[in-house]
Design a binder for this molecule. Structure first.
Ligand code: UD1
Ligand code: CA
Length: 452
């Protein structure tokens, strides 16, 4: 049986009170809609998920790209009307239609598959997903008959006090038989209260015709967190964080304080790495084994090798090879590449630069647009003056150079292998290998003996 998924994403998301369309709000570093699309793609492979868009359609299309087939709902007349817009694309083409609200970002592919399997075994028109929970959070209530059969979904705005007390909720995911769905949708009437066409009224259409609808009861309440407000968004974020953190602990990573550890979905971490409190790992970040990361550290879109130590640092779009030791208070910016065994101490900043294996910059330095060789020592307070007010200029420092404290390296500049600069030197001209320069501006004072 062929199956397609439809995600409803056209709503205004008024309760978020945001300029940004609701489904583009990030969760775990990724737009909510992408979470829903990921689960949809896991559940059904007979074609891409269909995304019903309306409010903020252009932005959604841009964010999703070719991750979905788009269906336009020009006017937001309710969830039933939203689904109806997929009829031309799917009628006669999908035996089963899995439908989910796109604002359920934690709903898993496994749960959607369970719903699908239940409907495959159900001769009736559809199967819905419910949750038993006293805290209703605005969800529709599920009314069951004396025999336990599901009878109706009552929207909160239209429920009587007795109905409000029902603790079984409509999660917002359904699997329909295609041949039943499309004609049934045409029968929906606008709701008394809001004048919207409610998808949920399909249940009464089915039961009125004497057809039996099945329900799958969801066990993990986190999966059913529907995001309507920013408070819900924070709840979903906390639940997702818990899920990700548990996964890494199971993989052999120590999280000293999971409650203050924020790991986005795209991050990977090696075994026996220890993550200290207040650490945020974002984007496409890969961290190796046996590292110590944090406390008070942000790593974004970076690659960190094995056995590194990163303390109280901000690392962005950078690469650290193995046994690199940075911080506290170090800032690596885009294009920083620290070779094996590099040590970068407090108050250092590196941008678009390579530090060769074993290079040391212990204190208060800025290195920008530089290529620095192996075993170079960068004295306290050294600065590459890389910007002349018009353009960025490069500094090249070859292996085994010793840069004295408080040296100004005025780029463009080339310092030959094994050279030395005196404390406070302002180096404006290239320095030959094995030469000592001192002063302002720096001049050569002697040649060093070259090691064999
Ligand atoms: C809906 C259900 C409710 C369920 C809850 C749980 C209906 C009528 N109610 O309520 O029973 O408990 O979800 O998730 O279905 N959308 C459109 N076009 C529209 C309106 C909405 O595409 O015209 C989309 C929204 O973008 C959203 C989804 O449908 O992703 C659900 O809409 P929302 O307004 O959030 O419905 P709820 O009030 O949460
Ligand atoms: Ca909702």
């Amino acid at each position: 049986m062929s199956t397609r998924v439809v995600l409803l994403a056209a709503g205004k998301g008024t309760r978020m009170r945001s300029k940004l369309p609701k489904l583009l709000h990030p969760l775990g570093g990724r737009a909510m809609v992408l979470h829903a699309l990921g689960a949809a793609a896991e559940a059904a492979a007979d074609g891409p998920p269909l995304l019903v868009v309306g409010h903020g359609a252009e932005a959604l299309r841009a964010a999703v790209g070719d991750g979905a087939e788009f269906v336009e709902q020009a006017e937001q007349l309710g969830t039933g009307h939203a689904l109806l817009q997929a009829k031309p694309a799917l009628q006669g083409k999908a035996d089963l239609v899995l439908v989910s609200n796109a604002d359920l970002p934690l709903l898993s592919g496994d749960t959607l598959k369970q719903l699908l399997a239940a409907q495959q075994a159900n001769p009736g028109p559809f199967t819905m997903l419910t949750l038993r929970q006293p805290n209703a959070r605005g969800f529709g209530r599920v009314k069951r008959g004396a025999g336990g059969e599901v009878l109706a979904i009552i929207e909160e705005a239209e429920a009587t006090p007795e109905e409000l007390a029902i603790d079984e909720l409509n999660v917002g995911a359904y699997c329909f038989r295609g041949d039943w769905l499309w004609p049934a949708l045409e029968k929906l009437k606008p709701s008394a209260n809001k004048g919207e066409y409610y998808l949920t009224d399909l249940l009464e259409i089915a039961t009125a015709a004497g057809e039996r609808v099945e329900a799958v009861v969801l066990q993990d309440p986190h999966e059913a967190i529907g995001v309507n407000t920013r408070e819900h968004l924070a709840e979903a974020e906390a639940a997702l964080r818990g899920r990700i953190n548990r996964r890494w602990m199971l993989e052999g990573v120590t999280l000293v304080d999971p409650a203050s550890t924020y790991i986005e979905a795209g991050v990977t971490i090696g075994q026996d790495t220890v993550i200290w409190p207040n650490t945020i790992l974002q984007g496409q970040t890969a961290i190796g084994a046996d590292c110590s990361i944090g406390p008070n550290t942000v790593v974004r879109d970076s690659r960190i090798g094995d056995a590194c130590r990163v303390e109280a640092a901000v690392v962005e779009m950078a690469v650290l090879e193995n046994q690199v030791d940075i911080g506290p208070f170090a800032h690596l910016r885009k294009g920083s590449h620290l070779g094996d065994g590099v040590h970068m101490g407090n108050f250092g900043e590196v941008k678009n630069s390579t530090l060769g294996p074993g290079a040391k910059m212990g204190h208060f330095s800025y290195i920008g647009d530089a290529t620095i060789g192996a075993n170079v020592n960068i004295g306290a307070g050294t600065i590459t003056a890389n910007y002349d007010g018009e353009k960025k200029n490069e500094t090249v420092i070859e292996d085994d150079v010793f840069i004295g404290s408080d040296t100004m390296l005025v780029a463009p500049l080339h310092i030959g292998k094994g050279a030395r600069t005196g404390a406070g030197a302002v180096v404006t001209k290239d320095v030959p290998a094995h030469t000592v320069v001192v002063g302002v501006p720096a001049r050569a004072v002697r040649k060093l003996e070259e090691p064999d």
